[in-house]
Design a protein around this ligand. Structure first.
Ligand SMILES: [Zn+2]
Length: 324
């Protein structure tokens, strides 16, 4: 079993590795062998009806990263490679996609997570292009909901110049996540390699006006038809969203797993970005059990595009079956 760890406070190796790789796709690419460029999906949006609501997956791109031994914190690299090989996937690198979800409910247009905008690597930052291709403009978005404050989810709130990408949107955030990252004492105590993540939160979310920012609790209906579900562990306030209309449900699973080819198949494995591995593991099992039991359509930020699908039990874990 995993050892319980505090949220990075001791400056774990995983936390440092997290900063070295997670938000620096350029650094990751130049420091490693050339594995070629990942293929970016050509039509990067996909619509699904959920009762009267429409959910649109919007791909922001994909990052190809060398498969390092520390990517799965509690399994030998050979086992990880074996699981990839069994699915006919490459074993020396991973393609990690980024897909946000747009909810169209009546005249409401709600974006869940934001991708990178122009703050990421060359194969990211496609979300607005795909939003436009789906027939919407950035000005149309009235609400942005954030699942947690890792850079790939929040950097897209503002472009590199600091301007808001969705100028008319209020931004709804989990109160627990906000409290953690906006705590100045915690930032001061964090290892140097972690300070950048706190600064990213301050630049993107911390600079919003009180009128633009709305904090919500877990386990409540944050707007008609959208309910917040606590899934703490990946980060201290990591939150999922259940969208429901006319008895049909869609679950936005955010980072309950990184790529499901590894962490749905093996829910007890911890990706290096899980800040509290044991809490994340328990949340993953709890959420997948619930999704399977209720036969809910699911979507995940790092799921292979179109990122919509079903979760089915498989062996001691689960399988993600993308919609055809
Ligand atoms: Zn993520």
């Amino acid at each position: 079993m995993l050892k319980r760890r505090d949220f990075f406070v001791g400056g774990s190796a995983a936390a440092v590795a997290y900063l070295a790789g997670a938000f620096s796709p350029l650094v990751a690419q130049t420091a490693s062998p050339n594995f070629g460029a990942p293929s970016v999906v050509q039509v990067g949006f996909r619509r699904q009806k959920v009762g009267d609501i429409e959910v649109i997956a919007l791909n922001d791109g994909v990052t190809r990263r060398p498969l390092a031994a520390e990517f799965v914190r509690n399994a030998p690299l050979g086992e990880v490679q074996e699981l990839l090989r069994s699915q006919n996937l490459p074993t020396d690198y991973l393609d990690v996609p980024y897909t946000a979800f747009l909810i169209i409910a009546g005249n409401r247009k709600v974006l869940m997570d934001t991708g990178f905008s122009d703050n990421g690597g060359p194969t990211t930052g496609r979300l607005v292009t795909n939003l436009n291709a789906a027939g919407y403009r950035v000005e149309d978005i009235d609400t942005v909901i954030l699942s947690h404050f890792h850079g790939d989810h929040i950097l897209g709130l503002r472009n590199k110049a600091g301007q808001l990408v969705y100028p008319n949107a209020r931004v709804m955030v989990p109160a627990a996540e906000h409290a953690f990252w906006m705590d100045d004492a915690r930032m001061a105590a964090a290892p140097d390699a972690m300070k950048g993540a706190f600064q990213t939160v301050r630049r993107t979310v911390g600079s919003l006006t009180p009128e633009q920012l709305v904090k919500f609790e877990a386990g409540v209906e944050i707007m008609p038809g959208i309910r917040s579900v606590a899934a703490y562990g990946h980060t201290p306030g990591h939150t999922l969203f259940m969208v429901e209309s006319r008895g049909e449900k869609f679950a936005y699973l955010a980072d309950i797993t990184n790529v499901p080819q590894l962490f749905a198949r093996n829910p007890d494995w911890a990706v290096q970005f899980d800040m509290n591995a044991e809490e994340a593991r328990q949340a993953r099992r709890r959420v997948f059990d619930m999704i399977v039991k209720d036969k809910v359509m699911a979507g995940g930020f790092h799921f292979p595009f179109p990122a919509f699908g079903r979760i089915e039990p498989l062996g001691t874990g689960f399988d993600f079956k993308p919609v055809a």
